[in-house]
Design a protein around this ligand. Structure first.
Ligand SMILES: *Cc1c(COP(=O)(O)O)cnc(C)c1O
Length: 421
């Protein structure tokens, strides 16, 4: 559910007319809904009520500082995967004790940054990382709280590029070796073992893989406790999927996911963390673009829009589907025709949709790509020297640009010509 609906024939973002934002900001741009972001965060928070818990928003899904502040002020913690994301969370006013640091390749500089600025825990993914973290912590006269990310070898039944919990994936340590790795962690003087971490993938549309993974984590908790480790926190990762197409079967609800968590690990008395990204931010965003030309090919019509794969790479990268909607509501009963919706970039992969049924659209018409809040603006690039596009946040009847469009000069002046040229 989201807050991008037609009213009086116009697509709105909450109570703001999208066409009005386009007139002020220019196209293309991203627009996010405050109400949707908060609603989705609250669904998770409520789903875990009755348990000691923290919902840590996966910053990588949508990392604009205004969005992080919105969620942080509502009580969310943050899950970060780089020093840059850590600093974004801090810039949004989130305190270090609500920031979790994930990722397989944390550098010593990133560890230092987080230990100095305050950190809730590091989710550690390998023995060499443990040794490095212990050394960095000792050099700062401190002790780093850690969980170890275990790889439960569970099939998340999602796109191969976003599966992370199978033994062939690069993430975590094999759960079969966990006891040995925890024994090693307990001996490192710069580390304090506090829990277990697991994250099996993204855009999961079934609960069963979560159940299998969490059951293994529960077993491991008991084993590690009997080995003498003080396991008080379980970080259960993110990954719950969203409906990308309106007529799709809806994935499980956060409420059902929360009930599963209680069933599988509730008896352990641990503090529970989850790290949802996509379900909070995905349907809270819309990419708005303008039709430049309608071009007739040999056997098809191309709708050439001013957004491109550098702005939204998901269709090119994951064959992802995004619903496309005209900003002016089509008249009831109007015939739809198939379009290949493409961007201006010099790559055939710059195709958002093939044979997509849409009402007839003319140049200058505005269209919205739905479900473009997660893994969308954050993955954009300046390929073809197209400046990054603005981000806009709507709240009720007000909106603000939360990342302005750089000028061509901004973009070009980042390059420098060496003096010897
Ligand atoms: C990407 C990621 C998440 C968020 O996944 P979503 O599918 O967006 O919920 C959470 N935790 C870790 C460790 C991740 O890598």
């Amino acid at each position: 559910m989201d807050h991008f609906l037609y009213r009086d024939g116009q697509l709105m973002a909450e109570d703001v007319n999208i066409a009005e934002i386009a007139a002020q900001v220019g196209t293309p741009f991203y627009v996010y809904s405050t109400a949707t972001l908060l609603r989705h965060f609250k669904l998770f928070d409520d789903a875990l009520s009755g348990m000691d818990h923290l919902v840590c928003f996966a910053v990588k899904s949508l990392s604009n500082v205004a969005v992080l502040k919105l969620l942080g002020d509502a009580g969310a913690g943050m899950d970060v995967v780089s020093g840059g994301e850590y600093l974004r969370a801090k810039a949004a006013g989130v305190s270090g004790d609500k920031i979790v640091f994930s990722g397989i390749g944390k550098t010593r500089e990133e560890m230092r940054l987080a230990l100095e600025g305050g950190i809730r825990q590091f989710n550690v993914e390998s023995e060499p990382e443990m040794e490095a973290l212990s050394q960095v912590a000792l050099s700062l006269n401190t002790v780093a709280p850690i969980t170890v990310r275990v790889n439960p070898d569970v099939d998340a039944k999602t796109h191969a590029k976003i599966s992370t919990g199978k033994k062939e994936d690069k993430f975590g340590i094999p759960i079969s070796r966990a006891r040995e790795v925890y024994a090693m962690a307990a001996k490192l003087p710069g580390l304090k073992v506090i829990g277990i971490d697991v994250h099996i993938g993204s855009q999961l549309t079934e609960l069963e893989p979560f159940r299998l993974a969490y059951r293994k984590v529960a077993e491991l908790t008991e084993q590690l406790r009997s080995d003498g480790h003080d396991i008080t926190r379980l970080d259960l990762g993110g990954g719950l999927g969203i409906p990308y197409a309106r007529d799709n079967n809806a994935p499980p609800l956060p409420r059902e996911y929360g009930a599963l968590i209680k069933e599988e690990v509730g008896h352990l008395g641990c503090e529970i963390e989850i790290e949802p990204g996509r379900l909070i931010s995905g349907n809270a965003g819309l990419l708005v673009a303008k039709v430049i030309y309608v071009k007739s090919g040999e056997d098809r019509e191309f709708l050439i829009v001013d957004a491109a794969m550098n702005d939204l790479v998901r269709p090119a990268m994951y064959d992802a589907w995004h619903d496309i909607v005209p900003v002016i509501e089509p008249a009831a009963g109007v015939d739809q025709t198939p379009y290949d919706v493409v961007g201006p970039i010099c790559e055939s992969g710059d195709t958002f949709a093939k044979g997509r049924m849409l009402p007839p659209l003319d140049p200058e018409a505005l269209v919205g790509f739905r479900s473009a809040g997660a893994y969308s603006a954050v993955m954009s690039s300046e390929y073809n020297s197209r400046p990054l596009i603005p981000e806009v946040l709507v709240n009720g009847d007000q909106f603000a640009v939360i990342r302005r469009r750089p000028t061509f000069e901004d973009m070009i002046n980042r390059d420098t010509i060496p003096e010897w040229m």
